[in-house]
Design a binder for this molecule. Sequence first.
Ligand code: F6R
Length: 607
Amino acid sequence: MCGIVGYVGGGQAAPILLEGLHRLEYRGYDSAGLALAEGDKLQVIKAAVRVGELRERVGDGHTAPVGLAHTRWATHGEPTDINAHPHTDAGGRVAVVHNGMLENAEELREELLAAGVTPGSETDTELLAHLIAAELDGTESLEDAVRAVLRRVDGAYGIAVLDATRPTELVVARDGSPIVLGIGDGEMFVASDVAALVRHTQRVVYLDDGELATISAGDYRTSTLGANRTAKTTTTVDVTDEDYRLGDYTNYMHKEIHEQPTAVRRAVLGRLDDRFATAHLGGLQQDARELRSFRSVKLLGCGSAYYVAQLGANLIEEWARIPADAEPASEFRYRNPVIDPDALYIAVSQSGETKDTLAAVQELKRKGGRVIGVVNAPGSTIARECGSGIYLHAGPEVSVASTKAVTNMTVCFAMLGLLLGRMRDLSVARGRGIVSALDALPKAIEDVLAAEEAIAEVAERFSWAARMFFIGRVWYWPVAREGALKLKEISYVHAEAYQAAELKHGPLALIDSGMPSVVLVGDDELLAKNVATLEQIKARGGPVIAVTNAEIPADLADAVIRVPRVHPELDPIVFTIALQLFGYHIATALGREIDKPRNLAKSVTVE
Ligand code: F6R
């Protein structure tokens, strides 16, 4: 999704802006550009190119100490040079970069046309540049001009504005799309994502919806759209530039798959209590009485986060015996749901910025629902909107395909299930079993990673397939869905997940020698049923790849991926990691660009 970077200070803005854009590349984009205030003129360089190419076009020798830059993911208008940001007014005085989408863009465009201004691009952002420039004719302050325009805007935005005649300041504002200020020493930074800032500073200020900020080299001030000053607190982020380095890996997905043992160790650190066989989750503001009072749990997320939510619901229901279920946040928000005052709602998100999940949280809060967040990105919008919750501590996730965040989400749900369970009827003995399994999990993940070569060999053998089934039952159904999603998003192989028992109700018709099935066979009470599933598929000539921690008849699988046993309800985690490697190695065999899957962006901040 789109990215914003801005700089005001004593240094040269251009290299800082370009480096910031490079850090935001992982979010997905189709064009890039920057604007510098040189003298009292704007210098704008933008095109439908990668950041590396933009860097070449910008070249050296720009000394401007202020500027803003953008990576665009097309919404209004094609990804072309003209539609790339920054956009300027007709006189070339005001430059604007914008994340989000204006809902009354057509109305604003007609108003400008009636006033004799013809926008050159198809974007909604350019309209803002013209409108702000017009306001500047009647006001002394860029902030007031921006505020006046934003009051007339419907929709979502994070914007940064530069006025060539005021080359010592930038104005930024947000409503529905994040803006973070980075406080340096005699210099100030701004970005839509801390990833672009951490090279320069760890001290950040998050703007809230409906807030503006004017930033200069040594200072910033914030206010509301209603022109009331606001007081902000500075947060020190626990992330450094090092966390974003690729090191010896060829792509971020592979790096992050391998970071999972460390990520899980961080997630459980200081949170497991062996003595009382429970978990301590300091981010939950609810006291024991309130936590005991919930009569049901509803988990909401999108994509992989939704599949993990399904697994989380199973864990909570199994251990705490509270009815729990999961729903895609994107459906929940649009269907006018009945909000149960006795339910605990949980919003799950790696980025903490997913628009549909955020909208579900806002809908819940508006209707008086009690909601907590299970979020990776500290200070993100969903984390702040929920106010209470559990951080994943997975570290920054750069790969578009989520891996370590998925694992840490499951671990966090396991700890929540344990906590809620031990407040109810989960026995000390069962609780202890879960605590020691969570302690042992990083080692089990290491064992899966150590089997990478064998998994890669199976993946390569089946990389001819244009379509695949992923089959799982109960605990392994969300795992099958996640495995299918991982494969399709990075390899473009059509992958469908089915519950094993549903195969006979229709999908079996698709089984033939061209449709391999990845069947998840856990060593549990459903083992015999799963062996029967293998037989059904084999009988119809379908190739079978069994992922298993059980003993299965050798003639029922064309390939076997072996995974270690950890704990009956936590084994799905290690199966998921085996499927990450399987999908990754198919995509690699097909020569896909792993970190830049087509049509996808890392953090989906549009509807
Ligand atoms: C798949 C993937 C997506 C995200 C989804 C939600 O690998 O990454 O399906 O899980 O877009 O994102 P977050 O967790 O940031 O809300």
